[in-house]
Design a protein around this ligand. Structure first.
Ligand SMILES: NC(=O)C1=CN([C@@H]2O[C@H](COP(=O)(O)OP(=O)(O)OC[C@H]3O[C@@H](n4cnc5c(N)ncnc54)[C@H](O)[C@@H]3O)[C@@H](O)[C@H]2O)[C@@H](O)CC1
Ligand SMILES: [K+]
Length: 501
């Protein structure tokens, strides 16, 4: 699914109006109709709707929703936020239509004294501002947003939580805290970034039938990964394949007290289908590794507790994943620099591998092209400098991916993948049960495995991130988000592949 900018969404509306063709006010009727259908399917205990409208088209949607709910027999009150301007054309038409209904309970809010009493059981429909927001809310609008947020009532935002910018940070601004966001036609950037988690609640994308022809006209720049895209990347195993057909992965990691990380990566690498997996660990991890991952081959460092020296012949491995539990000992940093100089295929670097890299930033430009780096936001900031918000991080990831020819996976609820070429992607799988130590190690193993199997680096990152999250979703269904462990996610890769085949 494409992620469009505010400008593109406006143009798409206009394209639909011209090419379907459909009158703008009828398109509004259709959009609001979809919202009402969704609202009717939910068992709202109080069944009392309070619709808050601005005077643009988002407010127009609110007026249509109010009318349709009234006609369906619900108890509805409408509150229009007055800020001096005349409403948009479609707003005015729908205000008139609402006026024509008997029993329309309509109020205008002109000062904070006229804020209505809101009860906890009420359902608030937030149709104050949508994609037309052009500056942070202030004065009466900001006060109303604060008042509604404090009410404790359930909030359903239409298109976007009011006050939320689509493409830039809204941190520190007055923004509605929605329990549900019914957004039209496609995901928007603001609904994917971690920092907006307190505002957006459950996101439901409603198909309002915008004209598909528009999508053929635009250059894809960012996408939300979905199963259809993943199926195009995934290659089922050939019948006559042998273990040599699926590459030989090397996982480098571990240090005293952090051997579990490299065990998880190694197991994930095998579960994700690598033909052969070898692991390189400090000597103290030998028994642990051979016991917990008997299918993997194990090379050990002469040093007991941390990594120092690699064997010379690392070029023979089809892919190398480096970093899990590895520590940042000076000798281990040296080992990373050896790998960077000696290995010429893309690397997967995570965790302490990234921390070693951030202590030696000049190595970043020497990484083999198309290496895959998988930082979480803190690791990302250590590598590329402090960022004030997620939008800046996403922008920087795009820029650095191009500048250094890297695939950057910025890990988060919706992980973001930036590559030197082609559209960037957000992931759509995964859940809060994966926010546990060890999840990243599993991802490293999965991505290294796919790279070893011959997937191009960007495909390995997209497929890896998607199936890792998907496996996490299977694990959550089986064990609960609370109790699930990264090892369950590894085992649940089996469920993913059974569905994919
Ligand atoms: N035909 C269409 O264009 C459709 C539009 N739709 C709805 O229309 C919305 C976009 O409508 P609009 O472009 O009219 O924009 P909005 O309804 O989001 O808001 C625009 C109005 O608010 C004012 N405004 C913006 N920021 C403000 C601020 N910080 N403080 C005070 N006033 C502010 C603007 O001057 C304008 O009057 C979408 O979010 C969606 O809900 C849907 O009905 C689908 C069809
Ligand atoms: K809204």
């Amino acid at each position: 699914m494409q992620i469009l900018s505010a400008e593109q969404i406006r143009t798409w509306d206009q394209f639909t109006i011209q090419h379907e063709p459909v009158a703008s006010v009828d398109l509004m009727e259709r959009a609001a109709g979809k919202c009402v259908r969704w609202l009717k399917e939910k068992p709202w205990p109080g069944k009392k709707f309070r619709v808050f409208c601005g005077k643009g088209n988002n407010g127009g949607d609110g007026l249509v929703i109010a009318r349709l709910l009234l006609q369906a027999g619900y108890s509805v009150s409408v509150f229009i936020l007055e800020f001096g301007k005349l409403g948009s054309e479609d707003f005015q038409i729908n205000l008139q239509r609402l006026h024509e209904l008997p029993f329309a309970d309509l109020h205008f809010i002109q000062s904070s004294e006229t804020f209505p009493v809101v009860e906890q059981g009420d359902v608030l429909i937030d149709a104050l501002f949508g994609s037309g927001l052009n500056k942070p809310l202030e004065g009466l609008s900001a006060q109303l947003v604060q008042y509604l947020n404090d009410s404790g009532a359930t909030v359903v935002s239409i298109d976007l939580p009011s006050g939320l910018f689509i493409e830039k940070s809204s941190l520190g601004n007055a923004v509605i805290k929605a329990n549900h966001t019914l957004t039209f036609q496609c995901y928007k950037l603001c609904l994917l970034v971690q920092e907006n988690a307190p505002f957006i609640g459950e996101v439901v994308v409603l198909d309002i039938g915008l004209h598909p022809g528009y999508l053929q006209e635009i250059v894809e720049s960012q996408l939300l990964l979905d199963e259809k895209m993943i199926r195009k990347i995934f290659r089922p195993r050939q019948r006559f394949a042998h273990k040599g057909s699926f590459g030989h992965a090397l996982i480098i990691g571990g240090s005293y007290g952090k051997m579990g990380a490299v065990v998880l990566s190694t197991k994930a690498c095998m579960y994700a289908g690598a033909g052969l997996t070898t692991t390189f660990i400090p000597n103290c991890g030998y028994v642990v590794m051979q016991t917990s991952a008997p299918e993997a081959m194990c090379l050990v460092d002469e040093e007991e507790k941390h990594l120092t020296n690699l064997p010379d012949d690392i070029e023979k491995f089809s892919a190398i994943g480096i970093g899990p539990g590895m520590g940042i000992h000076a000798q281990t940093q040296h080992l990373l620099s050896f790998v960077i100089r000696r290995y010429h295929k893309p690397l997967v670097i995570d965790a302490d591998g990234l921390n070693c890299l951030s202590l030696n930033k000049d190595w970043i430009s020497q990484l083999p092209p198309y290496s895959i780096l998988t930082p979480h936001p803190k690791e990302f900031d250590r590598l590329f400098g402090e960022h004030a918000n997620d939008f800046e991080r996403i922008q920087k990831a795009r820029q650095k991916a191009k500048e250094h020819k890297l695939v950057l996976v910025l890990k988060s609820h919706h992980s973001f993948i930036a590559a030197p070429e082609g559209p960037c992607c957000f992931n759509s799988t995964g859940n809060a049960g994966m926010a546990k130590g060890g999840s990243g190690d599993v991802l490293t193993g999965v991505v290294t495995s796919l790279l070893a199997q011959g997937y191009p680096p960007k495909d390995a990152a997209m497929l890896g991130v998607y199936i890792h999250g998907w496996a996490g979703d299977f694990a959550a269904r089986k064990f609960s988000m609370e109790a699930m462990l990264p090892s369950h996610t590894i085992e649940a890769l089996a469920d993913v592949f059974l569905v994919l085949q």
